[in-house]
Design a protein around this ligand. Structure first.
Ligand SMILES: O=C(O)c1ccccc1NCC(=O)[C@H](O)[C@H](O)COP(=O)(O)O
Length: 212
């Protein structure tokens, strides 16, 4: 079964919907420039609310050591997703210190970017291939050329993000065979406002793919 991460949640209702629909991960974004930003206090509340019903992924972008430590201590996520230009050494240090799952987002521009992502192989538990950064590093609703991933020999777990919607996720899975799909703006009615019907439709489309 494919894993499904619904990212950028900010309400208890959206968490319940994601869980009921069969998502495996929720993402909480702590990045003030994002329309999906939640404070660390709110992220901690949401994480407690989700508890062990689903895996909670906390997203940070180029946070310094103080903020990263504070975020981990307050929110206590299952996984931390780095979505900026964090180095492999930084990821290794976090993993060694915290024993949390560590994910690294990689904006996939071309085959060269994919080759260079190999530097994270012994530093991240999962690479999340996303569209290249625009005004924001993630959550842009933009997709990229999935054929880049099609025949790649992956050496680490990986997931697919970037402009996925309930209508396109089946095609994306068929093209890439990703083991995890991640969505944010494709299940929203406006930036930062999750649409419960779209969350259900996205999860249903993935489960339909699983069945065939
Ligand atoms: O979602 C955001 O606003 C965001 C802001 C800054 C860094 C990362 C962010 N999101 C990361 C995610 O994992 C998104 O789900 C991923 O980029 C896909 O987004 P979308 O194309 O909107 O589905």
């Amino acid at each position: 079964m494919k894993n499904i991460k619904i990212c950028g949640l900010s309400t208890e209702a959206a968490i319940d919907t994601a869980i009921d629909a069969g998502a495996t991960h929720i993402g909480l974004v702590h990045f003030p420039k994002s329309p999906r930003h939640v404070s660390l206090e709110r992220a901690a509340e949401l994480r407690r609310y989700a508890a062990d019903r689903i895996k909670t992924v906390l997203l940070l972008v180029n946070a310094d050591a103080h903020l990263t430590g504070l975020a981990i201590t307050k929110v206590k996520p299952d996984i931390i997703q780095f979505h900026g230009s964090e180095t492999p050494a930084w990821l290794r240090a976090i993993r060694d210190k915290t024993r949390l799952g560590v994910w690294k987002a990689v904006g996939l521009r071309d085959a060269g970017t994919l080759e260079r992502s190999a530097r994270y192989h012994d530093a991240a538990d999962l690479l999340l291939f996303d569209a290249p950064a625009k005004a924001l590093p993630g959550g842009t609703g933009a997709s990229f050329d999935w054929s880049l991933l099609a025949d790649h020999q992956h050496k680490v777990d990986w997931g697919l993000a970037g402009g996925l919607t309930p209508d396109t996720v089946g095609e994306a899975l068929a093209a890439t065979n990703a083991s995890l799909v991640d969505v944010s703006s494709g299940v929203e009615s406006a930036p930062g406002v999750k649409d419960m019907d779209k969350i259900r439709a996205f999860c249903q489309a993935v489960r339909e793919f699983d069945r065939h």
